[in-house]
Design a protein around this ligand. Sequence first.
Ligand SMILES: C[S@@+](CC[C@H](N)C(=O)[O-])C[C@H]1O[C@@H](n2cnc3c(N)ncnc32)[C@H](O)[C@@H]1O
Length: 250
Amino acid sequence: MYLTADAAARRAAAIAALDPQAGERVVDIGAGMGFLSREIADRVGATGKVHAIDLAEAMLELARQRCADRSWIDIRQGDATALPLADESVDAALSLQVFEYVPAVDQAIREAQRVLRPGGRLVIVATDWPSILWHSRDPDRMRRVCRAWEGHCAHVTLPRTLDSRLRRAGFAVRKHKVLPQFNPVYAKESFSGHLIGMIERYVAGKDGITAEEAKAWAAEQLQLADEGEYFFCLNQYLWVAERGAADPER
Ligand SMILES: C[S@@+](CC[C@H](N)C(=O)[O-])C[C@H]1O[C@@H](n2cnc3c(N)ncnc32)[C@H](O)[C@@H]1O
């Protein structure tokens, strides 16, 4: 999924919003396999620093391989709610598709605030899972499958409250943007092309959905693709916030 053009476009939007400068120190919160950290490292250069932090050691091992030739990327195990970084030690922080998975999300926002220097920028991209528009000839099954899938995430509608959460934590919100994941035709190597298999595996046996029903749900999407009737759209949202300055608009 991370190699698709959809994922690359989302990373490009996040990095453009962060606008990392040469020599800056940046933390990538929930860095996963290190795709973003590597791209940010190329922007800050060897005089800068990228801290790639993730909870999962298996992800970090892949990040270490991906980032091995960028010595200024510091790859470290850590929790978004207790970042292993000193107060006011970074110029910018970025978190792409992570905060919606953190149960104590307000604590994670406060941690970003703590490690940023005054005036430092925070970029968050989060998914609103119930915003899915996904064509099916069996809308009731589609609804039940999507509802069961929402169980994989701690805050399925996080974008709807992120603005107020950020302001409560003392950030000034500078920008919001919607980043649709729009697949009007099926492609195996697309966001939704990968999502089909992930959802099929996750929902089987949950909320009254049997393995057979999950399989039939996935098969229908391939059939619709064959018949030229595929349609998928999901909204992800991007925030740019600034630490420690009053927002004149609010
Ligand atoms: C959907 S992946 C996104 C990875 C990466 N940001 C990207 O876009 O390529 C979510 C990542 O968040 C990490 N994660 C989840 N909860 C976390 C937490 N509390 N602290 C740090 N990382 C966390 C997971 O291990 C996983 O690597």
